[in-house]
Design a binder for this molecule. Structure first.
Ligand code: G4P
Length: 529
């Protein structure tokens, strides 16, 4: 079938997105159910590979030991008449800068909230990246089958905590044990669900009723039916009006209620998602003459690197550079321009990662992710294309929250250590900062502990350098914009320069950071730069 579709049809059917959430809100469960409803798996409960379930990946020895998946890339599968690319955004212990960077490869985002908890810290941070990149966000309020907070409260919290308008597309009928389904606001249908096999292993059965159908009163009880009708009517009067324009500009989030575990509300949500979420579109680029432009998805082939995965194969020191295709058709063995290196390279041995198994790819289109095996060829943010003359926008750096001093265990390893650090910093694996008052005493900065572990692992396995790592007491940081001499730093903060020669301030607490912001109104403290 794919052979008969032209490039524009291939683009139009693609939906490339990431799911963001605070750990335990239900991202894994929702992803798994997307596979269930796409028909890719017949029974839920197979995909997860943590908490004692068998790990499916053996790319890094460390992964196996920890029972987690370090690899984050993408899964591709058809959902009805669309092709879905779900970009993996690891949370939990495998949270790292890659989680943020992956968002730059997404055309839209699903934000999953736990109905009992609302907007939590990690969601807030990830959402901030979406806001800056103007990525359209859909919200799925999960776990309605558990006693949770009032839906209206949750909608208000999304608006206040994230500064975005929320527009409920459906409205829950009861919650906890009394959660019976949702009212779809557009069709004004009551959608009642039946609980199926344990933990929603198979698809939920759904019955639809018109808004005023007396059968609803019989099923739910007249008082519940009337209350829900009243709430829905109230939303019509007081709620935000949805427009594609506001959604696509990242100003409004279509909001859905449901339960990923019991499958309540899932299929209508997925159906709405593929309709609302945008296909790959033009992306901003920097042109050779120093001006800005855009690259349409039907332009000749181009892609950018958003993630580098080390050590996929223990016998080699190879990495896989994951790229998002932004324009054109990818063809195997194509000769393309590597913009940073200014040379032609052949796209040999590309891979797509489907459910964490490597398969070789014949063709790929805008929105798709390809993995290229490389050794020292790629860095985060690199652009490749058929025609050249532009660069996809550089990827931002994200505020490191953990810092450490790292050193080789023997002085004889110093040279190799320095080389390894230089390469790994250039590649984007970790950030490095040099205190202004003591530039010899460099600190490594990361957003998640996993990055330290990967750093030590790679220095050892790729450069033969065993290291010791001592954590520093800093807990957050900001890039400093303004005159450094007039900046009044809190006593335990540290002002440093990063690898791009930008000023960065390390703080021992969020409180201290806020204090610094208050005491320095003429300076800017940025979390993403
Ligand atoms: P995450 O990827 O966002 O971290 O969350 P994950 O899907 O792993 O879900 C975290 C826990 O919440 C899991 O329970 C999962 O079963 C549960 N969960 C997810 N969606 C729902 C829902 O709609 N309703 C209810 N009641 N629970 C939900 P766990 O006991 O921690 O793990 P498991 O052993 O069941 O997998």
């Amino acid at each position: 079938m794919t052979a008969t579709l032209d490039l524009s049809q291939q683009i139009a059917r693609r939906r490339t997105f990431a799911i963001i959430s605070h750990p335990d809100a239900g991202k894994t469960t929702l992803t798994e159910k997307l596979l269930l409803y796409s028909g890719l798996i017949r029974s839920a409960g197979m995909v997860k590979n943590r908490k004692g379930r068998q790990a499916t990946s053996d790319w890094m020895g460390m992964e196996r030991e920890r029972g987690i998946s370090v690899t984050s890339s993408a899964m591709q599968f058809p959902y009805k008449d669309r092709i879905i690319n779900v970009l993996d955004t690891p949370g939990h212990e495998d949270f790292s800068e890659d989680t943020y960077r992956t968002l730059t490869a997404a055309d839209s985002v699903i934000m999953v909230l736990d109905a009992g908890k609302g907007v939590e810290t990690q969601t807030r941070k990830l959402f901030e990246v979406c806001r800056l990149r103007r990525i359209p966000v859909l919200t799925f309020v999960n776990k309605l089958d558990m006693p949770g907070r009032d839906p209206l409260d949750l909608v208000t919290e999304v608006e206040e905590a994230l500064g975005i308008h929320a527009c409920p597309f459906n409205w829950p009928i009861g919650s906890g044990k009394e959660f019976k389904g949702v009212v779809d606001r557009r069709s004004r249908e009551f959608q009642l669900f039946e609980k199926t096999a344990a933990a929603g292993a198979s698809q939920a059965t759904l019955e639809r009723f018109e808004f005023d159908d007396p059968a609803v009163d019989e099923r739910l009880g007249a008082d519940v039916a009337e209350r829900v009708r009243g709430e829905v009517e109230l939303l019509e009067i007081a709620g935000n009006e949805y427009t594609d324009e506001d959604f696509l500009a990242g100003k409004l989030t279509p909001t859905f209620f449901g339960s990923a575990l019991t499958n309540f509300g899932l299929e209508p949500f997925f159906d709405a998602f593929v309709k609302l979420a945008p296909p790959p579109s033009a992306r901003p680029v920097d042109l050779e003459d120093g001006t800005e432009g855009t690259r349409e998805p039907d332009a000749p082939f181009s892609a950018f690197v958003f993630k580098i995965q080390a050590n996929m194969d223990k016998r080699h020191r190879d990495c896989i550079a994951f790229m998002r295709i932004c324009s054109g058709r990818y063809e195997p063995d194509a000769l393309v321009k590597h913009h940073r290196l200014g040379k032609q390279i052949r796209l040999a041995r590309p891979h797509s990662i489907v459910a964490q198994e490597r398969t070789t790819l014949d063709e790929a289109f805008p929105g798709d992710v390809i993995g290229l095996i490389s050794r020292d060829t790629f860095r985060i943010g690199d652009t490749i294309s058929l025609d050249g003359g532009f660069d996809h926008k550089p990827l931002p750096n994200f505020q490191p929250e953990l810092f450490a001093r790292i050193a080789p265990t023997a002085t004889s390893l110093r040279k190799r250590f320095d080389k390894g650090m230089k390469n790994l910093v250039a590649e984007g694996a970790v950030q490095l900062v040099w205190p202004l008052n003591n530039p010899q005493d460099a600190l490594v900065g990361v957003v998640g502990q996993l990055q330290f572990d990967v750093l030590q692992y790679r220095l050892d396995s790729e450069y033969g350098v065993e290291t010791t790592l001592r954590r520093a007491s800093f807990r957050c940081s900001s890039w400093l914009v303004g005159d450094v001499d007039s900046f009044v730093a809190p006593t335990s903060a540290l002002v440093a320069r990063d690898q791009r020669d930008q000023l960065v301030v390390l703080f021992t607490s969020e409180w201290e950071k806020q204090l610094a912001a208050r005491n320095n109104p003429d300076h800017q403290l940025l979390d993403i730069h």
